[in-house]
Design a protein around this ligand. Structure first.
Ligand SMILES: [Zn+2]
Length: 495
C-alpha cells in the first residue's frame, strides 16, 4: 500500500480530514472492535478461559470508550490482555513527521507542529506508526516521578529557543505524552505515589498538568489501562478518589476454573516443541503439574493475596520436559517421555513462585512443595485408578520387594526391573498403555503407579527414590485421646 507522505496528499487519501480530525484512539478501538464483532471474529485470540467472564466485560468497556482497570492476582494474563488491545488499532496511522508526541496531522497539540503546518502547509511531511509502536507500558513503582511519566522542564531547551519556561516548547516529554494517540498501560497502579496519581488524573481530566510548579497544557489523546492486585486497589488510601472515579470499568480476572482449562493454557504457553527429540507427554503428567497449581491455590500455607501464578505450571512443565530430555540424551533414547519423578526434579521451577505464609516458612519451601506435589499425584492417581485393585503390587513390596527408579535411569534397564513386580504391567492399560509400547512410555506409566501408591502411603519411598513396603504404622484409632478434643470435654450425644 502506497501511503501519502505529505499533508496535501493525506487530505485526498483514506486518511481524510473528515475521518481523522476528531477520531480519538478510543473511537478507533471501538470502530475496529465493532467490525470484528460483526464478522464474528475471536476478539482476543490466545486468551483462554475468559470467554464468558472477562472478555464480555472488556468488550463493554471498550464500546463505552472507558479507561479501565484489570483487577487480579499475578499470573492471570492481565498484561497479556492489555497487549492484545493493539489488535484493535489501525494497521497504520499518520502523524506529523518528527513530532515527539505523534501529533494528529489535522489537529496538532504541540507548538512545534502548529508552527510547522503554518509554515509548510500541504508540504508538511507525514510519517506512520504501527499498532505495536503505539502501545506503551509502565510498571508502577514508588520511585516513578512526574518527570518519568509526564515530563520535565528543560531549561537548556528554553534558553536555546528563547522560550518561556512554561511553554510546551521547553518540555522534555515523559512516557505518557509519548504515548499520545496510543494505549498507555500502567501495571500495579496502587504502587504509584499519590502525587503522580494526581498528575495522571489532571491529564485525563483537564488535559493540563503542573511540572515543577509551571502549568503546562497537554490535551493528550490516550487510552489509559491499568492493572492492580484487588486487595491493594480496594485498600483505603492507595488510590486517590478522583482517579478511581475516572476509571470507567473495573474488570476482575481469575485463575482457570477447571483443570482442563488450566492444562490448555499451560499447553499453549509452555515451550514444548523443541528441536531434535520426539516428545510424548503423558496425560497424567500434565494433570499432576496442573494439579500442583490448583492445590497450591487452596493451601493454607501459601499466601492467598499474591496468588499462585499460571506461570507456575508453565515453568514446571518446561523443566519437567528438560529433565526427561536430559535423560533421553544421556542414554541415547529415541523418545522423550516425562515421568512423575521429573516433576519432583522440577522443584526449582516451583518454589520461587510461591509466597509462603508464616506456617509455610517454618516448614521450609522445599517441604511444602514436596507435600503439594505428593497430594497432586494422589489426586491424579485417583482419577485414573479409582476402583482398580492394586493389592498384588502392594503385596510384592510387603513381601520385601524393593526397587530404585532414579529420574536419571535409562528406560530399557528400568523397565526390565519393573517387570519383576507381579501384577504391575497388566494394570498399565488403565492409563492407555499397550503391551507393544516403547520402554520410555512403559516406565513412565509404571512409575506413576508406584508414585501414586506412595502418595497414598500404601508403599514407601526414600530420597534415593527406592520404593519399599515402607512404614505403614498402625491406623489411627477412633476415639483415642487427641489434643483438639480431650475426652472429658466431649459432649454427650443427646439421643
Ligand atoms: Zn507535534
Amino acid at each position: 500500500m502506497n501511503l501519502p507522505h505529505t499533508l496535501g496528499q493525506l487530505r485526498h487519501s483514506i486518511f481524510s480530514q473528515d475521518r481523522l480530525k476528531a477520531r480519538r484512539v478510543k473511537d478507533e478501538m471501538r470502530e475496529n472492535l465493532i467490525c470484528k464483532l460483526r464478522r464474528n471474529e475471536v476478539i482476543f485470540p490466545g486468551i483462554m478461559g475468559y470467554e464468558d467472564s472477562v472478555v464480555p466485560q472488556l468488550i463493554n468497556a471498550l464500546l463505552s470508550r472507558h479507561n479501565f482497570i484489570l483487577l487480579g492476582l499475578r499470573g492471570q494474563a492481565k498484561s497479556r490482555i492489555l497487549r492484545a488491545l493493539t489488535t484493535l488499532l489501525d494497521p497504520a496511522i499518520p502523524y506529523l513527521a518528527g513530532c515527539e508526541i505523534h501529533d494528529n496531522p489535522y489537529a496538532p497539540i504541540c507548538r512545534r507542529c502548529r508552527e510547522l503546518v503554518a509554515e509548510r502547509g500541504d508540504e508538511t511531511p507525514i510519517a506512520y506508526r504501527s499498532p505495536e509502536e503505539r502501545y506503551v507500558e509502565k510498571l508502577a513503582t514508588p520511585d516513578v516521578t512526574i518527570a518519568d511519566l509526564i515530563g520535565d522542564i528543560d531549561p537548556i531547551k528554553a534558553a536555546r529557543g528563547g522560550h518561556e519556561l512554561a511553554s510546551e516548547m521547553t518540555v522534555h516529554y515523559g512516557l505518557l505524552p509519548r504515548a499520545n494517540r496510543g494505549i498507555f498501560a500502567v501495571n500495579e497502579l496502587p504502587d504509584l505515589a499519590g502525587k503522580i496519581q494526581v498528575g495522571l488524573f489532571n491529564i485525563m481530566q483537564e488535559g493540563d498538568v503542573q511540572i515543577k510548579g509551571y502549568p503546562v497544557r497537554l490535551p493528550l489523546d490516550v487510552a489509559l489501562v491499568f492493572t492492580a492486585n484487588p486487595e491493594d486497589y480496594t485498600a483505603r488510601g492507595k488510590i486517590i478518589t478522583p482517579l478511581k472515579d475516572r476509571i470507567g470499568s473495573e474488570i476482575r480476572t481469575h485463575y482457570p476454573a477447571t483443570l482442563e482449562e488450566g492444562i490448555s493454557i499451560t499447553q499453549q504457553e509452555a515451550w514444548a516443541t523443541r528441536n531434535g527429540h520426539r516428545l510424548q507427554i503423558p496425560g497424567y503428567v500434565r494433570e499432576v503439574i496442573e494439579q500442583i497449581a490448583f492445590c497450591a491455590r487452596e493451601d493454607k500455607r501459601i499466601d492467598k493475596r499474591s496468588g499462585v501464578s499460571q506461570r507456575l505450571p508453565i515453568s514446571c512443565l518446561e523443566n519437567v520436559i528438560s529433565n526427561a530430555e536430559r535423560r533421553a540424551i544421556r542414554h541415547d533414547e529415541g523418545l522423550v517421555v516425562p515421568r512423575v519423578g521429573d516433576v519432583y526434579a522440577a522443584m526449582p521451577a516451583i518454589t520461587g513462585k510461591l509466597e509462603l505464609e508464616y506456617e509455610g516458612e517454618v516448614k521450609g519451601a522445599d517441604n511444602v512443595v514436596r507435600e503439594i506435589i505428593r497430594s497432586s499425584v494422589a489426586k491424579t492417581f485417583d482419577r485414573y485408578f479409582e476402583g482398580v485393585d492394586l493389592h498384588q503390587v502392594v503385596q510384592w513390596f510387603d513381601l520385601g520387594g524393593e526397587i530404585q527408579i532414579r529420574d536419571s535411569a535409562a528406560a530399557g534397564e528400568a523397565w526390565e526391573r519393573l517387570q519383576g513386580i507381579q501384577g504391575l504391567s497388566e494394570k498399565l492399560g488403565t492409563v492407555g498403555i499397550k503391551e507393544k509400547d516403547r520402554p520410555e512410555t512403559l516406565v513412565s506409566a509404571a512409575e506413576f503407579v508406584l508414585e501414586g501408591l506412595h502418595a497414598h502411603k500404601r508403599i514407601g519411598r526414600n530420597e534415593e527414590r527406592v520404593f519399599t513396603a515402607g512404614e505403614k504404622g498402625p491406623k489411627p484409632v477412633e476415639g483415642k485421646f487427641n489434643r483438639e478434643e480431650p475426652p472429658m470435654l466431649k459432649r454427650r450425644p443427646f439421643n
